[in-house]
Write a protein that binds this ligand. Structure first.
Ligand code: CP
Ligand code: NVA
Length: 303
């Protein structure tokens, strides 16, 4: 039976094992080097990518397999071939499909019509692969996940949605500070709150960035304008200025608080230079961990 990773919740039952495997792969980069020998991952990117594309492609090489980068411009999909036909055809050739999509609906359509595992490389609802790398990074820097207090500040977007779920799954306290009207997806907020209740941890969304950051061990932010939302740029930037991660906001967090950003970042907007390039920033460890996390995900889903 194929297993997809569309939402963080699709790997809820194996999050701990996936993180442990990622740690092991980081400690010994040459391990599992034949495990995906002869296997191919098709990677369809409707939007730009640096980290997701490169970490999956390099990861596949390091595991003995092959990754194929497919742009919709080159695929017949770009000329109107349906997602479902594309899914059925690719399933006859490859062993897994990584898909970065504009819309969650097309992600579901591709997954519903593929007989091989589909991995969500970001859509407008979630970014689950990012969150596996993020949890790995927090575990490395804080030595644990349970009991860690994480604040997310900014747009209640795909990354925020997946962080809400990821934090609840591992029992980490999570408070998102998002402007009114830009809160994370309400179904996901509800699901995360239900899971958090069973784990005895906090899962909340507030309007005040200061309330979110107070006493935090981790402060995380992401762009205000996600890919596909470029038309909202001017208005959104004005509404979000109070949600900028800067030195005065960071004073409210714990002294040893780490700073995270999934990247790409816009210095001077959602985060200022002195914070993202400061000594508490772990953004490049986080970016590196995409590779180890992605390898663990592929081993779990494609073997
Ligand atoms: N964080 C992230 O997914 O980066 P890319 O858009 O470069 O893949
Ligand atoms: N929220 C951002 C994440 C980029 C990795 C976007 O969707 O563009």
């Amino acid at each position: 039976m194929k297993r997809d990773l569309i939402s963080v919740l699709d790997i809820e039952d194996m999050m701990d094992e996936t993180l442990a495997l990622a740690e092991q792969l980081k400690a010994d980069r040459t391990s599992h080097s034949d495990d995906l020998k002869g296997k191919t991952l098709a990677m369809i990117f409707e939007k730009s990518s640096t980290r997701t594309r490169v970490s999956f492609e390099v990861g596949m090489t390091q595991l003995g397999g092959h990754a194929l980068y497919l742009s919709p411009k080159d695929l017949q999909m770009g000329r109107g071939e349906t997602i479902s036909d594309t899914a059925k055809v690719l399933s006859r050739y490859v062993d897994g499909i990584l898909y970065r999509a504009f819309k969650h609906e097309t992600m579901m359509e591709l997954a519903g019509n593929s007989t091989v595992s589909v991995i969500n490389g970001l859509d407008d609802l979630e970014h689950p692969c990012q969150i596996v790398a993020d949890l790995l990074t927090i575990k490395e820097h804080k030595g644990k996940l349970k009991g860690v207090r994480m604040a997310y500040v900014g747009d209640g977007n795909n990354v925020c949605n997946s962080l809400l779920l990821g934090a609840a799954v591992v029992g980490m306290d999570f408070i998102a500070g998002c402007p009114e009207g830009y809160w994370p997806n309400s179904d996901i907020v509800g699901k995360a709150a239900r899971i958090a209740k069973t784990k005895g941890c906090i899962s909340r969304v507030v309007n005040d960035p200061k309330e979110a950051v107070k006493g935090a061990d981790v402060v995380y932010t992401d762009v205000w304008i996600s890919m596909g939302q470029e038309a909202e740029t001017g208005t959104k930037e004005k509404e979000f200025i109070a949600f900028q991660v800067n030195s005065s906001l960071m004073k409210l967090a714990k002294k040893d608080c780490i700073v995270m950003h999934c990247l790409p970042a816009h210095r001077g907007l959602e985060i200022v230079e002195e914070v993202i390039d400061g000594e508490n920033s772990v953004v490049f460890d986080q970016a590196e961990n995409r590779l180890h996390a992605q390898k663990a995900i592929m081993l779990k889903l494609m073997q």
